[in-house]
Design a binder for this molecule. Sequence first.
Ligand code: URA
Ligand code: SF4
Length: 216
Amino acid sequence: MKPDEILKQIAQEVSVCQKCQLHYGRKHAVPGEGPANAKIMFIGEGPGFYENEQGRPFVGAAGKFLEELLAGIGMKREQVFIGNVVKCRPPGNRDPLPEEIGSCANYLDRQIAAINPQVIVTLGRYSMAKFLPNAKISSVHGQSFQVNGRLIVPMYHPAAALHQPSLKADVERDFARLPELISKNAEAPALPEAQEPEETKPPAEEKPQPKQLSLF
Ligand code: URA
Ligand code: SF4
């Protein structure tokens, strides 16, 4: 399958996925969006209220800020892939649980493999932890790390930055350095061609969750 077909296939699987309890509160799954050949991929935490309503990532206040940050480096959101570690909204916008992130990881891994981006910008702690499990965001934000042959740049989550002026300044500074990081990385040896993930078939039917949580 071609990368854009793989992304469509993943979006289809996500829309009916029941691998974790987050599917109970789902109005629309948010698989992520952007070109299959995007050079930069942004990975947030999970859908919030508006994302769950619309089935699109970063369409609320944090999304508006992300678009402003992109505009600051001369980019539009249509040029980058924007995704999340979990594809369904955690109730009340709570943090995603480790088991939810684990259940959803296969989709994100396959998206990364299909897109094969030059740079992955992680937004917030949960997507950073996927690549840099022991890092502290306050000390590593804005720096770049080679992880499995790919450049990872951890940044504060735009929603957190909107609420804390000092973090906002950090995110703006970190973003301003992105073009330089990307061009430096382009000089480095090319990454291997995008490979089709081994497992492209829909996952086997999971056992239904025994009971619905009262939270939903
Ligand atoms: N916050 C996220 O982490 N992801 C979204 O898609 C929207 C807000
Ligand atoms: Fe499936 Fe991910 Fe949604 Fe959980 S969050 S139901 S694993 S798509």
